[in-house]
Every structure is written in structure tokens, then in C-alpha cells.
Design a protein around this ligand. Structure first.
Ligand code: SAM
Length: 233
């Protein structure tokens, strides 16, 4: 299939239909797709801290996880590949389009049978997570991976994150929004909220977690679930 350019996606970026699925090309030449390969099986080496933090181990009882900041789906697709049920929330239409394309291709069998099975466990919504979490039926775990801080040694997220910064600067609504997201997540989760942070970054919205699982460059902060309507802090 020949590459086909779609109308400008904003900020000089364009969406392209390529043989490997929908792709976003930025003015600086980055080409980014959803992390569809993660649907085909766990690729991570070593300790799987994300799975441990979310109670979503391979071979364990299926867990319902809301990945409330889905991005390119690397983390959410990974949890689905491990056998869990994942609801992806993404408010940015471009990233939602990349995720939807990856899921469509997987469901059509283009990425193999494991990816097809995993994609059946994934639900995707174009929505602000704060609204979804306040209204939807509770899931066991809510996972948050909002924007990485601009500065600091731990901000090494690679080209996808460079793209996120490029496109999402305008969305940097700061701590109030982060606090709202964390509170909505804790009221929604029946068991736990997990927040991915660069290893040495302060906790999300300055709210101290009750524990953390630490890797080499990131950590997963753990927050207890709250009763619906409860105050945070
Ligand atoms: C750092 S990326 C997530 C990366 C993701 N964990 C992955 O593995 O690809 C953060 C994403 O969260 C989205 N986001 C931030 N706040 C949101 C909100 N309130 N509702 C929905 N999506 C949000 C952004 O649009 C962005 O795509």
C-alpha cells in the first residue's frame, strides 16, 4: 500500500496511512505509531514492575485496569497481552486515532493471533479521564502516566515522549489538573491507583503515595483507593 497523507494534524504534524498502520509525522521528522507490537506478547525483560504494581501478573487472575492516560498504548497493551482487561482513555484525538488503528489491525488478525486475543480485552475511549472516572463503573485498578516533567535526569522517555511534549505543551494545565486526575482515579479504583513517575521526580500533585516500586529510571507510586466522593490528601 502506498503511503497516503491525511490533512494536517496540527502544529505542522501530519497523519499518514502506511503499510504498518497509521503514523504521525512531526515537523522535526519523528514518525510515531501506537505500540501495537506490545499486544503480541510481553517483551519486557527482567522484573515487570508495572504488572506487579497493578496486580496484573502473567497467568494471574484477570484484573480490570483503567489506563487513564493511554498515550501510545505501550503500557496498556502490555497489560492486555498479559491477559488482563484494559480500558484505555485518551483525550488527544491524534493519539486516540493511532490507538484505534492499532486495535483495528490487531482485531483483523494483521498482527498475529496473540495480538488479536489481547486486542479483544481492550476497550478504548476518546475522553478526558476525569469525566470518565467520575461516571463509569469502578475498576479494580487505575493506572496513570501523565506528562513527564520537562527537566531532570529521569526525563529520558525517548522519541515518543519528545513527540508528546511537542504536541501537548498547550495541555500543560499543571498541578490542579494533576490533583483532579489523581483524586478521580482514587475514587474510581476499587483496589489501588498506580502512578508512573521518573525515578527522582516529586509525587504527582505533591500527594505522598503509600508505597512505591522502584526501577532504574522510573518508579510506580501506589495509592490506596478512596470511597466515591471522599476527599483526597
Ligand atoms: C506520558 S503519555 C502516556 C504514555 C503511555 N503510558 C504509554 O505507554 O504509551 C500521557 C498521555 O496521557 C494523556 N492524558 C493526559 N491527561 C489526560 C486526561 N485527563 N484524560 C485523558 N488523557 C490524558 C495525554 O494526552 C498523553 O497522550
Amino acid at each position: 500500500m502506498a503511503e497516503r497523507r491525511l490533512p494536517d494534524a496540527g502544529g505542522g504534524a501530519s497523519l499518514e496511512v502506511t503499510p504498518d498502520g497509521l503514523a504521525l509525522r512531526t515537523p522535526t521528522g519523528l514518525v510515531v505509531r501506537a505500540a501495537a507490537e506490545r499486544l503480541a506478547g510481553p517483551l519486557l525483560q527482567g522484573r515487570d514492575l508495572l504488572a506487579k504494581a497493578t496486580f496484573a501478573r502473567a497467568g494471574g487472575d484477570p484484573v480490570r485496569v483503567v489506563d487513564a492516560t493511554a498515550g501510545l498504548g505501550a503500557d496498556g497493551f502490555h497489560l492486555a497481552a498479559l491477559g488482563h482487561h484494559v480500558t484505555l482513555l485518551e483525550r488527544e484525538p491524534i493519539f486516540h486515532a493511532l490507538l484505534a488503528d492499532a486495535l483495528e489491525r490487531a482485531l483483523a488478525g494483521a498482527l498475529g493471533s496473540l495480538a488479536e486475543e489481547a486486542a479483544r480485552r481492550v476497550t478504548l475511549h476518546l475522553v478526558d479521564a476525569r469525566a470518565y472516572l467520575a461516571a463509569a463503573e469502578r475498576a479494580q485498578v487505575v493506572y496513570l502516566d501523565p506528562m513527564f516533567p520537562e527537566r531532570g535526569k529521569a526525563a529520558l522517555p525517548g522519541k515518543a515522549m519528545a513527540l508528546f511534549r511537542e504536541r501537548l505543551q498547550r495541555q500543560d494545565a499543571g498541578e490542579v489538573e494533576e490533583a483532579e486526575l489523581l483524586l478521580a482515579a482514587r475514587r474510581h479504583a476499587a483496589r489501588r491507583v498506580v502512578v508512573k513517575r521518573p525515578l527522582r521526580a516529586p509525587p504527582l500533585a505533591g500527594v505522598a503515595p503509600s508505597g512505591a516500586l522502584k526501577g532504574n529510571t522510573v518508579r510506580f507510586d501506589l495509592y490506596a483507593a478512596l470511597a466515591p466522593g471522599a476527599a483526597g490528601g
